[in-house]
Design a binder for this molecule. Structure first.
Ligand SMILES: Nc1ncnc2c1ncn2[C@@H]1O[C@H](COP(=O)(O)OP(=O)(O)OP(=O)(O)O)[C@@H](O)[C@H]1O
Ligand SMILES: [Mg+2]
Length: 458
């Protein structure tokens, strides 16, 4: 009696020891399986441990497809050989795999020898025991995992518990891996979208550059008109006077006073001609520099005041045409080592916007450009108009691409967006906008005197 009891205790102790060893092993395996975020590694680890813990000549994993209609074999091995892939419709009545998925419960089957079961996991071996269990995470069915062996009655309660534990780990790991793959895919899509956006931005800036080159050419033509027109006038007067004087000489009717008057007039005319032509040459030189800057992304040192004045000069015909005044008040000697073309583009966008939007329909508007040192490394430049200002709800959208209040009237809504990008990416500064009630629009830029190397590949 005592012996029988001792024997019973001994068996219980051995069983307990085995169970706790199995639990410990399962714990380690669980950590290993769930640590991987790669779906192939998860299958590999599951496959290895299934063989280590249970009798299984084959091991197969099926995953539910996206529209939840069928189970696809995503991993299948029989005695080290891959099984050919199959797809099992979820509503296939005679399929054990489909049944296990539909009922979301384990299915254990023990077959007699010489059975004619048609619903086995595809394989070549004679099968006597089969075990199917669902892969479930948070009540979500992911698929089915199954093993089979040629040993009879191979899957009892203990084997079922172990297999269910492996299925639980497997389901978590597969779900994690799928979530990671989805996150990676969306990261890739985001990266792709970002690089496309950068490219579009580059193209827009390029297009904007050409557009402002167009207004530059118009500006040149207009500004040269005055000195060259004056030169023509002076030259033709001089020609007339010379012809007249020549006639007097030929008729020998030249008096000393005529000679003096002619000489004086010729001297004055050539003086005037010189001044007009020097002005034209000076304008051409400045425009040439502007054109080079605008088309070449050239980095160079430039004086902030001269840089602003050149842009204003280019737009002066437009300003005069609209009857507005523009004041430039910039501290002398603020030397920037930056990108004058890009800077000029932003400034001309701001001035044109002030004319087109702020001062539209108004006469005698005033635009002011004030530049001051901010600290040793930065300047602050404020472009302000006394126009109608910007509505509060538009203020925060000003720098958005395609935001325009002149849709269908020639506004593309890209000017400020491009300017914002130029200020941030090329000039390395910041730009902000405000519009206090009763005043016009105020744009404030803070720019480093020394621009970092370009961050955008433009
Ligand atoms: N000085 C300003 N005064 C009033 N509104 C302004 C001023 N500057 C910009 N805005 C507003 O900001 C909007 C966006 O300006 P942005 O330069 O981006 O586009 P746009 O001038 O409409 O078109 P685009 O410059 O592409 O031809 C304008 O439509 C206008 O409503
Ligand atoms: Mg604009």
């Amino acid at each position: 009696m005592i012996d029988a009891e001792t024997e019973h205790h001994r068996r219980v102790a051995v069983a307990l020891k085995e169970t706790s060893a199995t639990l410990e092993t399962l714990g380690t395996i669980g950590r290993e399986i769930t640590a991987s975020l790669n779906i192939k590694d998860v299958f590999g680890a599951l496959h290895r441990h299934v063989h280590h813990l249970l009798d299984a000549s084959s091991f197969v994993v099926y995953l539910l497809d996206d529209d939840q209609r069928a189970l696809n074999m995503v991993f299948g091995m029989e005695l080290g050989q891959p099984l050919s892939q199959i797809i099992v419709p979820l509503d296939l009545p005679e399929s054990n795999i489909a049944r296990c998925a539909r009922e979301q419960q384990a299915v254990v089957i023990h077959l007699e020898p010489d059975n004619d079961q048609k619903t086995l996991i595809p394989g070549t071996l004679d099968t006597r025991s089969l075990l199917y269990a669902p892969l479930i995470v948070c009540e979500r069915l992911l698929g089915v995992m199954s093993i089979q062996t040629s040993l009879p009655d191979a899957y009892g309660e203990r084997e079922l518990s172990i297999f269910l534990a492996l299925c639980a780990y497997g389901a978590i790991a597969l779900d994690n891996a799928a979530a990671y793959a989805a996150a990676e895919a969306s990261q890739r899509r985001a990266d792709q979208a970002l690089s496309e956006l950068r490219q579009t931005q580059g193209e827009l800036i390029q297009r904007e550059k050409l557009a402002s080159l167009g207004s530059l050419v118009a500006g040149v033509a207009h500004e040269l008109n005055t000195p060259i027109g004056n030169s023509l006038l002076v030259a033709s007067t001089l020609r007339d006077e010379s012809t007249q004087f020549l006639q007097q000489v030929q008729q020998s009717s030249v008096r000393r006073s005529d000679l003096e008057r002619y000489c004086q007039s010729a001297a004055e005319s050539s003086d005037l001609l010189m001044r007009c032509l020097v002005k034209a040459a000076d304008l051409i030189a400045r425009f040439k520099q502007l054109a080079v800057d605008q088309t070449s992304d050239l980095r160079r040192s430039f004086d902030l005041r001269t840089g602003c004045e050149d842009v204003v000069l280019m737009l002066s015909s437009r300003l005069r045409g609209a009857g507005h005044q523009l004041e430039v008040d910039i501290t002398d000697g603020l030397i920037m080592d930056s990108y004058p073309g890009a800077f000029g583009q932003v400034l001309s966008n701001l001035i044109i916007n002030a004319i087109v939007h702020g001062l539209d329909g108004q006469m005698h508007g005033l635009i002011s450009i004030v530049g001051r040192p901010k600290d040793k490394q930065h300047i602050v430049l404020i472009v302000k108009d006394n126009g109608r200002g910007i509505q509060a709800e538009h203020l925060e959208r000003i720098f958005e691409p395609f935001f325009t209040t002149r849709f269908g009237q020639g506004g593309s809504g890209l000017g400020m967006h491009i300017s914002y990008n130029i200020v941030r990416s090329i000039l390395g500064g910041s730009i902000s906008v405000s519009s206090p009630a009763g005043e016009g629009a105020i744009f404030e830029m803070i720019l480093p005197l020394y621009a970092m190397e370009q961050r955008l590949g433009i």
